[in-house]
Design a protein around this ligand. Structure first.
Ligand SMILES: Cc1ncc(COP(=O)(O)O)c(C=O)c1O
Length: 433
């Protein structure tokens, strides 16, 4: 068995790491994970570290959930992959029907893809093509929120506005309208500007795309659900489509199954990934209404011009069905409610540490800031280093520190995580005084 040193050397020599400069990749410490269970990542030396960022926000039911492992194993015996062109199979067909049951009202169609970014690309293309072939070809533009993040492919980057991720590609991205702000988490003027855009140029807008209620990569920014409800009304009045990117917020991360439910909003298109497969496999879906689906009737030239090799992958679909079954059988959302109250209390109490600002929590998602500088801030990373020593893999968004534990995390593990967040933050901020 290769040692950690061998693996790290191979990684440094041959891997290209996401969001990491080549220099950092060659110089910064690497944690070699051998296995994982529940909220724990376990190294080859047996070291156990709490996965505070949910392995990039997808690990909603903990690592290695026995029912999910079982579903994958059973499906693997039968059918791991096959074409989705003029063919179907039980996992994909049943999952589409089951998603329609739990989705916000009216979203009765599922288009499958394989990650959050592609689910967004699909939604953007659906919205654009819909208007091109349904009598309103003037609707070619999109509106998005400042600070939105929708993924790293070109359409998703165009809709997104986290400059640190997209600035270098700006010349290649299509133009999307978006208001500026918010200043100091003040959202009212932002939505006011957005509504003015819809009122003035609504007939040119194909769709408005938003992360409902929580903007993840922008720094776990939260805006009042009432604003989402107003946005939904304004979008409808402008005759445009509403795309809810629930890649991060879906599957109960913010409390209800979908963040749209905070505002009783039913979008025209909804993107889901990450928690859809319990964070086990690359699998995604774009949900659509019958109205949008009907816009693609006719001959071949009117078909949605999009598809992926692994569209509807049986393993992904089977595990997603099991995820839904676990949510039903174990009432995951109800169980998370008490835990989220504990998370909120602990995170709000962080304000008594000088240097902590804007504590915020919604469901099993909580964050606070530790200085200016946003994504490029360094204090969050100092806290992350201390947290790792104390036993938590905490990946900040620069100077925003956040946690997204599994919805079914055991109480003891959650207590430990909250303790580590507090202790690591105190150690860094109080020693800076
Ligand atoms: C809201 C949102 N949309 C889209 C994506 C992109 O998903 P993926 O990384 O699976 O492509 C993310 C990823 O963090 C996200 O948070």
């Amino acid at each position: 068995m290769p040692s950690d040193d061998d693996l790290i050397a191979l990684d440094r020599r041959h891997v290209w790491r996401p969001y990491t400069s080549s220099e950092d990749h060659e110089g910064k410490p690497l944690f070699v994970v051998e296995r994982a269970e529940g909220p724990w990542l376990i190294g080859s030396d047996g070291r156990r570290v709490l996965d505070a960022s949910g392995s990039w926000w997808c690990n909603n039911l903990g690592h290695g959930h026995p029912r999910l492992r079982g579903a994958i194993a059973r499906q693997a015996e039968q059918l791991m992959h096959c074409t989705f062109a003029a063919a179907t199979h039980e996992p994909a067909a049943r999952l589409a029907a089951e998603l329609a049951e739990v989705a916000p009202e009216g979203l009765s169609r599922a288009f499958y893809s394989d990650n959050g970014s592609t689910s967004v690309e699909v939604a953007l293309k659906m919205a654009f093509q819909y208007w091109q072939q349904n009598g309103e070809p003037r609707r070619t533009r999109f509106i998005a929120l400042p600070g939105g993040y929708h993924g790293d492919t070109f359409g998703a980057m165009s809709a997104g506005a986290v400059d640190e991720f997209t600035a270098v590609f700006r010349p290649l991205l299509f133009d999307v309208e978006r208001p500026t702000g918010p200043i100091d988490h003040e959202w009212e003027p932002v939505f006011g500007d957005l509504f003015a855009m819809l009122r003035n140029r609504g007939d040119e807008i194909a769709a408005v795309i938003v992360e409902p209620v929580v903007q993840g990569a922008a720094g776990m920014r939260m805006y009042p659900p009432g604003m989402l409800a107003a946005l939904s009304r304004e979008t409808e009045q402008a005759g445009a489509l509403l795309i809810a990117d629930e890649v991060f917020t879906g599957f109960g991360r913010t409390g209800p199954m979908w963040a749209c439910e905070h505002a009783a909003v039913s979008p025209d298109l909804l993107c889901t990934a990450k928690g859809l497969s319990g964070g086990m496999l690359p699998f995604a879906a774009t949900l659509a209404t019958e109205r949008v689906y009907d816009g693609f009737r006719g001959d071949k030239s009117r078909a949605l011009m999009h598809g992926h090799t692994f569209c509807g992958n049986p393993l992904g679909a089977a595990v997603a069905r099991e995820v839904l079954a676990i949510y039903r059988d174990d009432d995951i959302l109800l169980g998370a409610r008490a835990k989220s109250a504990e998370v909120a209390t602990a995170i709000m109490a962080m304000t008594n540490i000088p240097g902590v600002t804007h504590p915020r929590a919604l469901g099993m998602c909580a964050a606070f800031d530790v200085g200016a500088g946003g994504y490029m801030g360094k204090v969050g990373w100092e806290i992350s280093e201390v947290a790792f020593e104390l036993g938590a893999h905490l990946r900040p968004l620069g100077n925003t520190v956040y946690i997204v534990p599994p919805l079914n995390v055991e109480d003891d593990d959650l207590d430990r995580l909250l303790q580590i967040v507090r202790e690591s933050t105190e150690r860094v901020l109080l020693s800076a005084k």
